[in-house]
Design a protein around this ligand. Sequence first.
Ligand code: 13P
Length: 245
Amino acid sequence: MTNKYMIFIANWKMFGGLNSLNSINPVIKFLKIFKNKKSVKIIYCPPTTLIYPMYKRLKNTPLMVGGQNCHENHKSGAFTGSINTTMLKNVGASYVIIGHSENRRNGENNTLINQKIKSAINSGLNVIFCIGETLGERKKKLTKKILNRQITSGLKKIKNKKKILISYEPVWAIGTGLIPKINELYETISFIKNKFKDYKVLYGGSVNPKNIKDLKTIENLDGFLIGGASQNSKKFIDIIKKTYN
Ligand code: 13P
């Protein structure tokens, strides 16, 4: 890790109730005394039901809140069960995850993802834009082709690079305990950064306090998108600490 500034995003997925908010207290405390606090950015993406209470809890801290998905239309409409980017912004979100493979699997395609990203930018949100190949695509050596297509289509006609964090999450590494080989990951991150200049690029998929020692050696990474381990404040803090050790 040679970056001056690292981003840690907690994706809680469909886990957590009001009680879970207590688990962010140790993280707030830790950040106050952490010697590298100026170079850490932490963003919590809880389920939608917890965005507002979390926003209130984090209000006077450097931590930020984000949503996990949104509707593509930033105006209101008859879309039962959906939440748009204006609403996310309204309850305190500064970020939104878009293009997560768990949603792509449910039919979200690159065109829809592009519309969602535009909507988020329109509403003044920052975007955590997820991309990644499946195991089958990896075996066929299609990784770069898939990533190129996902990014090119997802970011079509989008100019504001500063508002977007690209998060590389190989589908086969999510929730499996597997991570890519470090040299392969370095190569993939370099490919993304060389092709799509000036974007910050994160890695996600089974990040934990053990493998962070290897992952942090990838010098061109800007941070991590963390699922399972982020729901446990001890593990989450451990990951952050070890990134700087
Ligand atoms: P895990 O860290 O649980 O593998 O999840 C990664 C992820 O999907 C984050 O968005």
